[in-house]
Design a protein around this ligand. Sequence first.
Ligand SMILES: [Zn+2]
Ligand SMILES: [Zn+2]
Length: 302
Amino acid sequence: MKLTILGCYAATPRTITNPTSQVLEIRNRMFLIDCAEGTQVQLRKNKLRFSKINHIFISHLHGDHFYGLIGLISTFMLLNRQTDLHVYGPKGIKEIILLQLRLGNSFTGYNLFFHELGSKESEVIYEDEKVLVKTIPLKHRIYTNGFLFQEKIGDRKLNIEAAKAHNIDTCYFQKIKNGKDITLDNGRVVPNAALTFDPLPAKSYAYCSDTMYDEAIIPIIQNADVLYHEATFLETEADKAAMTMHSTAKEAATIAQKSNVKQLLLGHYSTRYDTIEQFKTEAEVIFPNTLLADDGKVFEFD
Ligand SMILES: [Zn+2]
Ligand SMILES: [Zn+2]
């Protein structure tokens, strides 16, 4: 599971920082989470292949989370993309994008699917044989969802050496991968565990931005491997956090601690602060396993 932070600052883009967008690579899939202004440039800077992005998840319709979407959709068109593109986001996102395309007399040569969200309950919005994505309803000034990306537990891995040692024919290998025990010609049963390795552990990543402190998300993100939680402010600006429905670093850490996640990643910092180190200092008091997201940073979680 690999996470590339394209941008993780609140509100306005600056020469030194970018608003929110990130790429999660999980089980050979590449998911784009939020798509602020500048996302295309950041994708190029980080040498990520545009064409591998087939699913884009938009948390909410504040500009610092989706103003890069029409640009990316247009570029896909210019690059002569053929593959379907799926966009998941709040109700209204289809209207905004289609209006921009229509008034520009533009169209896409590929199929563009919108999956509009409106539920206040967590729901599964994407599923394939290896990965599942659920919404995390958040509390913000407008309708907002976070996203929980979960790997499914894979098949057990065949231990070829062990199979050979028991003289098992290759035609039984699929059976072994499916978890079956094997009966040898002499009638002896070789248990599946002796012929396989454990599957890779199933990882999970919870993305929560933007939101005020909200304990209602705890049951959804419980025990996640990594939690990205917004920390727009420090406790010194707790009043501003409450007013704008954002969180402080301390509040993000409290959610991490109460949900028993393994790792906390902070982001969505207000650009009023000169350094971001103080966010880590504030959060660590409550949740020691805290890391700071920053533009261009890559995190590998194995
Ligand atoms: Zn924001
Ligand atoms: Zn917002």
